[in-house]
Design a protein around this ligand. Sequence first.
Ligand code: NDP
Length: 342
Amino acid sequence: MSEEHEGEALPLAQAHPDHHTAETAKPGFSLAGKTIWIAGYKGMVGQALLRRLKGEACTLLTVGRRELDLTRQAEVEGFVREAKPDAIIIAAARVGGILANMQDPVGFLTDNLAINLNIARAAHQADIDRVLFLGSSCIYPKLAPQPISEEALLTGPLEPTNQWYALAKIAALKLAEAYRQQFGRNYIAAMPTNLYGPGDNFDLEAGHVLPALLRKAHEAKSRGARQLELWGTGAARREFLHVNDCADALVLLLKTYSGADPVNVGYGEDIALIDLAHLICRTVGYDGAIALDPSKPDGTPRKLLDTSRLQQMGWRPKIALSEGLADTYAWYRAQLAREAAA
Ligand code: NDP
């Protein structure tokens, strides 16, 4: 998506067979002829949504942060009033790792509160009846029973390291519910698990475990290093969903789901981090050893979403972890080449 298109509606009116069969996709919100605003379209999820929605007979609306800072209420209201999309997906957020959250609690809390509040208010004022909010698996209580069902929300204390971000996200989900309860608005919320894929953050400090390991394996291979370090015992289990699968599920929810409860979006299986590390080494073609450092913390032993609600809607992920890792590694190498050429 080029910068000159920012703020304009992009006509993408190509009929494309739906990914879902008639019996799984109940008649709900048809995208045909509609304008959908992807707030945060430059991010990993935003880009995946653009790729997924290009196959739909709808018009995509995008605007970059330079033209519209979503933390500015009057500007967001003006943009929405003017552009009047039929639906909004809020893929914009201030995201970051533990360090970033610890360094700027006020920023994480206020930016994420503002982005969601401003868009929700603007949408309601402009009589837009369809908004999809995004939560995250990390906003469930720290000690939620596994696999984590949607009912676990607000049943216990949060993980202190990302509580600022989590609180803002929880407020956003409650905002969707409040607009539904008070004004009958068809606002919904999804809770994606850990995502990975093209556009991921490969920064070793700010990035998540999967892209960080991919990068470490790539660099270890390039240096001819004999081993790669993995923090902890390697026994902690985590769930990973390719961002294209996430976008596919979000589009299904946008089209068919109406309800006050959020819907978990996950892969449905978790993997021990040591097994993930081996899979990554195979993907990269690195055959050195994996050196565990058990003096470093493992974190929560297991984190897996209960995705039965989404499965009941007929949705399944299509991208196996090995396939998704190959795709992500190809993107990373292409990105390195782009950076080198710049
Ligand atoms: P990214 O950081 O990749 O993208 C976030 C986008 O939001 C960026 O394009 C950013 O713009 C934009 N943005 C942030 N602040 C503002 C602002 N003030 N005004 C305008 N735009 C702004 O995040 P992801 O794509 O990974 O995440 C998207 C959503 O998905 C978030 O709500 C996140 O919580 C959720 N999610 C993500 C998961 C993951 O593993 N990645 C897991 C679960 C949920 P710019 O490009 O200019 O910085």
